[in-house]
Design a protein around this ligand. Sequence first.
Ligand SMILES: Cc1ncc(COP(=O)(O)O)c(C=O)c1O
Length: 355
Amino acid sequence: MAKPRDAVNNLKEYTPGKNPEGQKVVKLASNENSLGASPKALVEIKKRLKNINVYPDQYSRELSSLLATKYNVSDKNLIIGNGSDEIMQMLAAAYLSAGDEVLISRNTFSTYEFVTRLFDANPVFVDLKNYTYDLPGFAKKSGDKTKLIFLCNPNSPTGTMFSGAELDSFMANIPDNYIVVIDEAYAEYVEREDYPDSLKYVREGKNVIVLRTFSKLYGLAGLRVGYGIAKEEIIKYLKMVKLPFGVNRLAVAGAVAALDDKSFIMKSLKNNKEGKEYLYGELGTGNWKLDFQKTEANFIWIDLKQSADQVFLKLMSEGVIIRPLTSFGMPNAIRVTIGLPEQNKKFIAALKKVL
Ligand SMILES: Cc1ncc(COP(=O)(O)O)c(C=O)c1O
């Protein structure tokens, strides 16, 4: 029998949020946009369906030039991926060799560890501090073998963020032979004013790549489009390792249209803000033993103080799917996407019933 590489034997398959099987089930498990997809994207995708016999542009230039204008960088600073996940894999493919070290937080997005192990490198874990990324802890664990550092801001699953000042002092003490990956999948939802301007480091020529996605605010998780912004040299190497046509025509069309869908963006942000206030109110005043974290994203982290897997099953029988955080190393906690008002109400009613 053909044997895979050792690294492959040690990989864990991704644990996705469960998809609903019935129409009445509410899915609050994967931080998708509860309002659906950007309507402008849907119109544009339909228009361009007839062109799918033709290969897409290999660099998705229609989208990258729009993003370059939006962020005031050159399109040589942009890479588009089949989700930001794919860009994480490109980073690992371009920069990691066997034995290199990658700094990764505990209780965070699992793809960082996956791509590290896939390329025979070693994850070095840093604990969260008060449910938040501990940047001084990262600095302490960095060393000669460090190649990549993954920072998730806001963090999934806790919804917490580190500030611009915290990132500034971290960056000031980091040698310039590491690449710092700042995953900002939920940046658009952040309300705190001290959120970092991480593109500043890209403009200064630092080894930083900022990752963003169309999967969350823009409602296009099923299309798979994400992007990275970094200095030209980093983007050049990522383009060398990427598959030629990873991002398809319809995904680019959808992303281009969604970027300009101001009314959908406003509605989504308003829904999120109101939903989170509602959840804070309910979770904070209920007659129950739980903790939660204030969130800067479109989901909320809740410590149930009991087996999340059990509660997950009970909530599912009430027609609500949430994410138990066992696979994130937090077996007593859940992550719940902020949904439409009626979905949030249904979640709270179900939670009251099962606790
Ligand atoms: C922190 C974080 N980064 C990246 C992603 C993946 O984004 P994409 O759909 O663009 O691959 C997710 C998706 O859940 C996420 O939570």
